[in-house]
Design a protein around this ligand. Structure first.
Ligand SMILES: [Mg+2]
Length: 316
């Protein structure tokens, strides 16, 4: 992951043209007018993993079955332990997974976790979705230089995600991860909580995708390579509320998904609370409600970019 993160971060750095963007308002200040900054033409589709791209928590496909543990009992124990110890629920699950493995004498290293990624099931159409979105954006916005990138922000495990067949489609993956050689038991290296997910939306927004880059320095809006308005977040529940809220408050977009054919209750709740633009069953195949609604939001983002460019042309 470290190698991947640094390689990917090079892609995410601001380009020279972004850095050269002039400060708006210079004209009002009586100084010679500078050209308005070109619109940012990258769209980011950002996904949660468990329940959004995959039906079940990723640990339920390989890790827990290998230990012979019933998932429901495991998650109930996590919840009870976190409550009793006033511990973070995500640190608790990462700790408890390996505590159980040790108790059962099962050794699961990084390579094992990556291998478990191959067993993770995906919702219908997820396999082909990413390329189809590239094709759609190219068809409808390619003439204006508009492109799309896919990002994953998950509280699940980076190692398991790395083993899934869709890993190669992501420009970057931000997920919880273990430190395998720190202690006797693997120790959490990075834990991505619900609110922690928003940090990565800012990293994508500012082009600071390497974990080593400080995210907190001020960066004017017109220097940020992917405006929030160019982002669509896909999530399935309460754990996605901070990310959806951040985007919705900053001109971005969100879609809530539920199991295809399953109850839409949580999505309706999110929709009514203004957390998402749309909701749909997690069916990623061409022509599905989700496909059509995602394309509708992409159409709007492309139209907004074109409008800004037209206005910029008049202001030259
Ligand atoms: Mg989820």
């Amino acid at each position: 992951m470290v190698e991947r993160a640094s390689r990917r971060s090079a892609k995410g750095h601001r380009e020279a043209s972004d850095l050269a963007a002039p400060v708006s308002g210079a004209r009002d200040a009586g100084v010679p007018s500078a050209p308005v900054a070109p619109s940012k033409t990258t769209i980011a589709l950002v996904y949660d993993f468990d329940g959004t791209l995959s039906p079940k928590p990723m640990q339920e496909y390989g890790f827990l079955p290998k230990l012979g543990i019933e998932p429901q009992a495991f998650w109930a124990e996590c919840t009870a332990l976190a409550k009793a110890e006033r511990a973070d629920p995500l640190i608790t699950y990462m700790h408890l997974m390996y505590k159980k493995a040790k108790e059962k004498g099962v050794r699961i290293d990084r390579a094992d976790l990556v291998a478990q990624g191959k067993t993770v099931e995906l919702y219908p159409g997820v396999d082909g979705w990413f390329d189809k979105m590239h094709a759609y954006v190219k068809k409808h916005g390619g003439d204006a230089g508009i492109t799309v990138k896919h990002y994953l922000v998950s509280s699940g495990l980076a190692e398991i995600i790395e083993g899934t067949k869709i890993y190669r489609h992501f420009a970057n993956v931000f997920a919880s991860e273990y430190w395998f050689d720190a202690y006797d038991l693997p120790f959490p290296k990075r834990v991505i909580t619900d609110t922690g997910k928003t940090q990565f939306l800012f990293r994508i927004n500012k082009g600071l995708e390497d974990y080593n880059q400080s995210i907190n320095d001020h960066m004017p809006e017109n220097e940020r390579p992917i405006p929030f308005a160019n982002m669509i977040y896909f999530g399935d529940g309460d754990t996605d509320v901070p990310s959806m809220a951040l985007l919705k408050k900053n001109g971005g977009h969100a879609i809530a998904v539920h199991a295809p054919g399953g109850a839409a209750g949580k999505c309706v709740e999110l929709f009514k609370a203004g957390r998402c633009d749309f909701y749909a069953g997690a069916d990623y195949r061409t022509g599905s409600d989700l496909f059509k609604r995602a394309c509708l939001l992409i159409d709007r983002i492309i139209a907004d970019i074109r409008v800004k460019e037209e206005v910029r042309g008049l202001g030259r």
